[in-house]
Design a protein around this ligand. Structure first.
Ligand SMILES: [Cu+2]
Length: 118
C-alpha cells in the first residue's frame, strides 16, 4: 500500500511540474552570445530571446521552412515586418526598446516567439 501511495504522490508531483512549473525553453541572451533564430518545424528556435533595453539590436534569422507564412516575421509592437528568404541568413534590426516582453510571430501566429527586453 505504502509503495503505491508513494508512486501516486510522485505522479502528482510530476504532473504539477509538467503543467505548472516546466518552462519549455529558457530565454537566450542575445547580448551575451550571438544567436541565429532558426525558423523550422513550426517553432522559432530559440523562441525566447533576451535583449538589452534602450539599445539597438540586430537579430539573425535563418528560415528552413518553405511555407509562405513562415517567410514573414512580425514584431507588432515596433511595427516591424520582415521577409525571411529561404535558407539565407537575414538580419532584422530592432530599435531601442524599453523593458518588457514583446511577442513576435508569423502572419498566422503559427510561429510565435517572445523578446524579453531588460
Ligand atoms: Cu504562419
Amino acid at each position: 500500500m505504502m509503495v503505491i501511495n508513494l508512486i501516486g504522490l510522485a505522479l502528482i508531483a510530476l504532473i504539477v511540474w509538467w503543467f505548472w512549473l516546466y518552462k519549455p525553453s529558457k530565454a537566450v541572451d542575445s547580448s551575451v552570445e550571438s544567436i541565429t533564430i532558426v525558423v523550422n518545424d513550426g517553432v522559432y528556435q530559440p523562441s525566447r530571446i533576451k535583449v538589452a533595453a534602450g539599445k539597438k539590436t540586430t537579430l539573425q534569422f535563418f528560415r528552413k521552412d518553405g511555407s509562405p507564412c513562415a517567410a514573414t516575421v512580425l514584431f507588432p509592437d515596433v511595427e516591424i515586418s520582415e521577409e525571411l528568404p529561404l535558407e539565407v541568413n537575414k538580419s532584422v534590426e530592432l530599435p531601442p526598446m524599453s523593458s518588457g516582453e514583446y511577442p513576435f510571430h508569423c502572419p498566422m501566429k503559427m510561429y510565435t516567439g517572445t523578446l524579453i527586453v531588460e
